[in-house]
Design a protein around this ligand. Structure first.
Ligand code: AMP
Ligand code: TRP
Length: 335
């Protein structure tokens, strides 16, 4: 990490079960950043429940998922001594700034957001204004804290570009207020694909249960899913003939065993697909079994989780409320 003070912000929606893509594209990067942290840096990880309700969520399940995502952050190695962990809706500064930014973002630019195009196509008549405005809320999350770096998967790149544009526009309309953030994308895990369709990304909303490995899947389920993963018409791993499906599996293997793609390819060259998938399954289980154990222990002692989330929210509110005061003054809101 550079000598300049870094403020790192990221979040995940509590809208379903966390999967391997969330872990490898986002959480694993956060844990790595934490290791390289200097004492002046700030890390903030949010459970973005207001983003989750842009698509209908069953209220009882949402409440449960918020706790689950928080516990999973901790189980994966985010340490509340190093990072603030909090629930988005518990800090109303996010929605406040989101509205102000709604009044700055050009409508035409919002129309170009590819995630909205995809999701609204799936939702059809169920598409809400909230789903459309989602990137302004995300920009508010990031800009409230003078965030310098946003570690995410590839699918969020466009939203961070929009965040920079909004910050720049606000600054030119009202005077220097916001820091322009940059994304940080781990190119080796930027886009983990579905195990059933290597052309579509692994996602919480995939209807095919065999497409995604969930972090809380039982070990034998993980193994079964990896055994069923599509490959191609070949029968053995060969660097000469790398299909998108095999490339995805090799990337996963590399990430869960801390090896580069090339290292995995070299050691697995010539292995039959069956043997390769068995090794991969064992590695995935070895990675997530200890995380699952920690996760269960955390959910059992729920007082601890609440204390961490309360403290996280109190700490981040100090930063964000100061920023909201500046925004009000710059824009001329209130008296
Ligand atoms: P979401 O599931 O949309 O809340 O995403 C939370 C984080 O996980 C974001 O940083 C995403 O970019 C990342 N992410 C989600 N799906 C994938 C995937 N298939 N591959 C890599 N990163 C992903
Ligand atoms: N939109 C992100 C996603 O779906 C989640 C998110 C909300 C986020 N606010 C954020 C990520 C701020 C990084 C920074 O994955």
């Amino acid at each position: 990490m550079s000598t300049k003070k870094e403020i790192i912000f990221s979040g995940i929606q509590p809208s379903g079960n966390l999967h391997l893509g969330n872990y490898l594209g986002a959480i694993q990067q956060w844990v790595d950043m934490q290791k390289r942290l200097s004492p002046e840096d700030t890390l903030i990880f949010c459970i973005v429940d207001l983003h989750a309700i842009t698509v209908y969520q069953d209220p009882k399940i949402l409440r449960q998922k918020i706790r689950e995502v928080a516990a999973m952050y901790l189980a994966c190695g985010i340490d509340p001594k190093n990072a603030h962990i909090f629930v988005q809706s518990e800090n109303p500064d996010h929605t406040y700034l989101s509205w102000v930014l709604d009044c700055v973002v050009p409508y035409g630019q919002m129309l170009r957001m590819t995630q909205f195009k995809d999701k609204s196509q799936k939702q059809q008549e169920g598409t809400t204004v909230g789903l459309f405005n989602y990137p302004a809320l995300m920009a508010a999350d990031i800009l409230l804290y003078d965030t310098t770096t946003v570690p995410v998967g590839e699918d969020q790149k466009q939203h961070i570009e929009l965040t920079r544009d909004v910050a720049e526009k606000f600054n030119s309309m009202y005077g220097e207020t916001f820091v322009l953030p940059k994304d940080q994308i781990d190119t080796s895990a930027a886009r983990i694909m579905s195990l059933q369709n290597p052309l579509s990304k692994m996602s919480k909303s995939d209807a095919d249960p065999f497409g995604s490995i969930y972090l809380l899947d039982e070990p034998d389920e993980m193994i079964k899913k990896l055994k069923r993963a599509v490959t191609d018409s070949g029968s053995a791993v060969s660097s000469e003939n790398l299909s998108p499906a095999l490339t995805n599996l090799i990337s996963i293997f590399g990430k869960v065993t801390n090896r580069s793609f090339e290292q995995v390819l070299k050691t697995c060259e010539g292995l039959s697909y069956g043997a390769f998938k068995t090794q991969l399954g064992e590695a995935v289980v070895a990675k997530f079994e200890p995380i699952q154990k920690k996760y269960r222990a955390l959910l059992e002692e729920s007082g601890e989780l609440d204390r961490i989330l309360d403290q996280g929210c109190a700490a981040v509110s100090v930063y964000s409320s100061a920023k909201i005061q500046v925004v009000k003054e710059r824009v001329g809101l209130g008296r």
